[in-house]
Structures are given as C-alpha cells and as structure tokens.
Design a protein around this ligand. Structure first.
Ligand code: BTN
Length: 277
C-alpha cells in the first residue's frame, strides 16, 4: 500500500451513509477514506490480514495502480470515479447454501446489487454484461474484482470485493475510450457520488443478508433479468488461455457459467471477456 493515512470521511458520504444506516447491517461500520492509494483492494487486503471486521469499507478518490480483471489496469484518476473495496468474511456469509464457490457467488451477487444500487441512486438503467461488468448501451460503467484469500490449509479467510464506478467523464486511455462511459455522460447532469456509493453498499448489504429459502435462485433470476445480453446476443468470448469461442449467448447456468451456442452445440464458458459482434 502506498501510504496508510486515511482522511476524515467527506461530509456528503457520511450523510448518505447515515441516511441508509438501517439497511447497511455490518457493511461500512468501519469506513476508511483515502485521497490516493495504490489500490483499494490492496489496502483492504492488508486490513483483512490484520483482522479487520466483516463489512469494512475502503474508498479512495484516486488509485495509482488500480487493478482490473485478467491482469488489466483500472483507470482511476482523481474525482472521476468511485473506487471501493469491501472486506467480506466467510463466517458471516456462510449460512448461504451455495451450489458454487463463495467467491463466485459473491461476484454474481455484487453484479446484481451494484446494478440495482446505480439504478436506485441515479435512475440510469445499468445492465450486467457477463461475468459482472455493468454497462449502458454496451459501454462499460462499472467493473467488479472479487479476490479471495486462503490460509495454508486452503481455508477461505476473506474475500475483498472491489468495484469501480465511472461517475464523471475522464480522459480514458485510447484502448478503452470507445467502450467506457460514466454516469454523468449518460445522464447529462451531475450525479451525487455519495448517494451512488451509499446506495450500492445498501443494496449489497441487502442481497448478502438474504439467506431465506432459495436465496441463490432468487439472485440468479434477478441477475438474468438484469442481463438481457446474456441471451440471444452474437458474441465472441476471449478466454484467459488465449482460446476463443464465437456464437450466440444462451443464458447462464446455475454455476454462473455463460452458455454460448456454437453451431447448434452449447458450450459452457467459465472465464473470459465477452465482445459483442
Ligand atoms: C474490471 O476489470 O472490470 C474490474 C475493475 C475493478 C476496479 C476496482 S476499483 C476499486 C478496486 N480496487 C482495484 O484496484 N480494483 C477494484
């Protein structure tokens, strides 16, 4: 971590969190705000290793080395976005009966919660693009990076759930400029970043707390409803090893794998990057 000097929580954020205190449960009970860090996921990882409580939230105004999925950089200039990491502890989440790993389930759940949080705070109809990007009109608005840590006996210790939301337009690097967007560019008006932060955390807390009956099935149903491009869209999927498949999306299965129909045969894709054709 570049430095460990949290700042006072900005008044707009403190106010927005207080307004939603009844929905947050343990999420954001400990809240650390930084001007610039290397990566909020790294700061949260260090805190988690030192025993910080489930629900600890780290937010920065900028990241010097923001990380994305598949080894990419997350462009994190000051004042342009929300850079957020949440420490999640399996002993608090574990009552969920899950057909897949806790980290994968948390990732899917985060996509649903953040889409709903963005919709609730801004009115923008964010959609999920598999595996868990949030997009508007095929441009990316938010990325999610869930990182799990295990001990030497391979027992899951904690999950760091990181997310970045583009709030204001910024000078995006050329390789992402035509595929990125922000809440303010889409809406054409200023957006209250504190409300977006507090609402996304509120929705996350609610979805993670839902353990009654078939909570996982409800979450998957909502995921599917928020992800119209997961069915019937022509795509190419570039996989981490370099392989790729091209075909038509056919939904996700109960493990969260993307189903792609290729010449009449349905293939399961468990990791990779979807490109629309
Ligand atoms: C993606 O590639 O889509 C995932 C991007 C995740 C970015 C967020 S910003 C806050 C947290 N800290 C990081 O370094 N990455 C995540």
């Amino acid at each position: 971590m570049s430095s460990f000097s949290p700042r006072p929580v900005p008044a707009d954020i403190a106010h927005a969190l207080a307004l939603r205190a009844d929905r947050l449960g343990g999420i954001a009970a400990r809240f650390l705000y930084f001007e610039t860090v290397s990566s909020t996921n790294d700061v949260a990882e260090t805190l988690a290793g030192n025993g910080t409580a489930h629900g600890t939230v780290v937010v920065a105004d900028a990241q010097a080395s923001g990380r994305g999925r598949m080894g990419r950089t997350w462009f994190s200039p000051p004042g342009a976005g929300l850079y957020v990491s949440v420490v999640l502890r399996p002993e608090v989440l574990q009552p969920l009966a899950l057909p897949l790993s806790l980290a994968s389930s948390v990732s899917l759940t985060a996509g649903v919660a953040l889409a709903e949080g963005i919709r609730g705070a801004s009115g923008l109809p964010a959609e999920i693009k598999w595996p868990n990007d949030l997009v508007v009109e095929r441009r990316k608005l938010c990325g999610i990076l869930a990182e799990a840590s295990s001990n030497s006996a391979h027992a899951l210790q904690h999950i760091i759930l990181g997310y970045g939301i583009n709030i204001r337009p910024a000078a995006y690097p050329p390789e992402i400029a035509d595929r990125a967007t922000s809440l303010e560019s889409e809406l054409g008006r200023p957006v209250d970043r504190a409300a977006v932060l507090a609402e996304t955390l509120g929705c996350l807390a609610e979805w993670l707390r839902d353990t009654s009956g078939d909570a996982f099935g409800r979450m998957l149903d909502r995921w599917r409803a928020l992800s119209p491009s997961s069915t019937g869209a022509r795509v190419e999927v570039v996989q981490p090893g370099g392989g790729w498949v091209a075909g038509t999306t056919a939904g996700i299965d109960t493990d969260g794998a993307l189903l792609v129909s290729v010449a009449g045969e349905v293939r399961r894709v468990i990791a990779g990057e979807v490109r629309w054709l």
